[in-house]
Design a protein around this ligand. Structure first.
Ligand SMILES: [Zn+2]
Length: 133
């Protein structure tokens, strides 16, 4: 029988911040959210977003622009992994799909441009906005 990982049942609850190659969502207190993807660990990417927000790097981050212009606090503790992918390309496709399926969003654009028929099919087959693909 294989040994269980020591950290399997211990430690803080896993919000996915140690995972890499993820599509994530950073929610604002107003209910809108920013959807992004990273091939690195989520915690590294979130740190960059936080820095941009603290410094007011509005051009670098749509999230920073939103929180500064509207004075909305970002819910950093509610950052979540929406999905994972095996490759960088798959990440981009998934990010674009989630942005399209989860309006309103703070994203400045919808990410990768997807064939319209994909979106029609996805909207038709999914019953809720927060389901995994
Ligand atoms: Zn907001």
């Amino acid at each position: 029988m294989p040994l269980l990982h020591a950290d399997q049942s211990k430690g803080p609850p896993d919000n996915g911040e140690k995972q890499a190659k993820v599509v994530y969502r950073i929610p604002c207190s107003c209910g809108e959210g920013y959807i992004g993807e990273t091939v690195r660990r989520l915690e590294a990417r979130v740190k960059e977003h936080r820095n941009a927000c603290q410094k007011g790097a509005l051009k670098m981050s749509a999230l920073a622009e939103h929180t500064w212009m509207k004075h909305h606090p970002i819910k950093w503790v509610k950052v979540s992994v929406i999905d994972q992918a095996r490759t960088a390309k798959e990440l981009l496709v998934k990010e674009a799909i989630y942005i399209q399926l989860n309006p309103p969003s703070l994203n400045r654009n919808g990410g990768l441009e997807l064939p319209r028929c994909w979106m029609a099919a996805l909207k038709y087959t999914r019953s809720g906005p927060n389901q995994r693909l």
